[in-house]
Ligand binder design. Sequence first.
Ligand SMILES: [Mg+2]
Length: 554
Amino acid sequence: MFNSSLLTAMKSAAQKLNTPFRREVGVILVISIIAFWFAQHYDFFEELVEVSRDYEHYELDELFILLKIAGIGLIVIIYRHSLYLKQEIMRREEAETKILKMAFYDSLTGLANRNLCHDRLEHILAHSERQQTQSAVLFIDLDNFKEINDNQGHTYGDEVLKQVSTRMNGILRSEDTLSRFAGDEFVILLDSVKSITDISILAKRLLAQAALPYTINGKDMTISLSIGIALFPTDSTDPDELINQADTAMYHAKSEGKNTYRFFSKALDEEAKRTILIRSHLRKALEKKEFSLVYQPIIDSKNKQLKGAEALIRWNNPILGEVSPVVFIPIAEETGLIAEIGRWVLDKACQQNKQWQLSGYQPIVMSVNMSARQLQNDTVVQDVEYYLQTHKLAPKYLELELTETTVMQDIDSAIKRLKQLKQLGITLALDDFGTGYSSMSYLRKLKPNRLKIDRSFIKNTPDNVEDTITTEAIIALANNLKLKITAEGVETAEQLKFIEATLCDSVQGFYFSKPLTPHDFFEYLASTQAALINSDSTPIKPVGNNLTTGQQEA
Ligand SMILES: [Mg+2]
């Protein structure tokens, strides 16, 4: 009873004393109490006293015993204290390593952080200078990472960053440095690179590795990178300037459609400045009515009648002049302005198509391009429905064109939205087909009504055997899936002849017409459709066959 309550009291006292210093004091106290208790109660000490009496040095012997006890206590204290010191040193070392890691390494990926990156870059540049070699700084940014974070949450985004960095690290040499610079930005430092070709090969490998599908939390996703490259000593010898230049080149890669790499050069720098200018003017472009639509006829490849028109946006700014959609659409996507611009295009295109019908021409299908960001917008289905109703346009006269990359970004929600759009009664076309990564399984899932074969294939037909075979294979594939096919970029009689011999049902390109302004399109309709109404099947004559007008489509 007494023993158990004493034990409990000792336990609770031990718990209370559970800090290194208190514990130490506690141990010393306990040893002293035990020693004192022994000295008071055990015969062993009496015997010692007896022995010392024999020597007749009682007082001295008593002191001797006490000294012995104190000596044992002291040894125990010294031993305990050395243990305590050892633990303390280990704790400090651990804390220092932790602080060092926090100061130089990224906690999420374990990669070098911005500080260590700067440090190593200075090191590499000094080394390159001594060895008279070339080094490179690669600035890498994940494309559309913000959307992943917004849609899937930050934990998911963090997992993406970890997996991407592991893949990149896997293909670097041991002497290269991969660092997480900030957020979704990474910097790679390459010491002693032999040639620009070597850097290009590495950049391509990084893009290819990153583009392979990921499975995170049971969800499949893909991501791409944009890479900017600056070289020592060609571009600069200053570490900070090199990083800034690589960053600028990375933005150039983004504006060129992402998933690519670009080298820095003075020309690139100038263009980056222009991008900033474009960005600021783009915000006011809608308000200032600087956009317009042009329409490129789409012709039936068998009877040469007009089947439809593709609406293409143009931007004319008083300061910047004509800005190509290839330049401003990615900026509009990045800034989120695309939602508003997209709605404006839908509105105008539906209105125009209805106007042609009201003017008495045979109804045709209006094709409208839709970007990835627009498709991700929650209101996209309601928007399309709204403009069809507003302009009283039958849904079958509207076709939405999506690129492969548009739908690949978030395949599950894209499939859901596309299904809802189809339920409205409109048709869907997969644009620029053959340039993206579409697989058969995705094609089956997306179920588009039409494939538009990219102009890059048609361009070299029928002379280039490879492109001709590819084009024929795409047409065969589309036919097997019972999809309609449009050949884009038909410019010559030879190309048309080749297409006519296939099962491709419609063609689009400069051979028949360049994109026309609304006024010119009315004239085009008047000269072709009026003739059609009068005499059943007069083929449309090529008009506006001017190959020097610049960009055909975007
Ligand atoms: Mg298109």
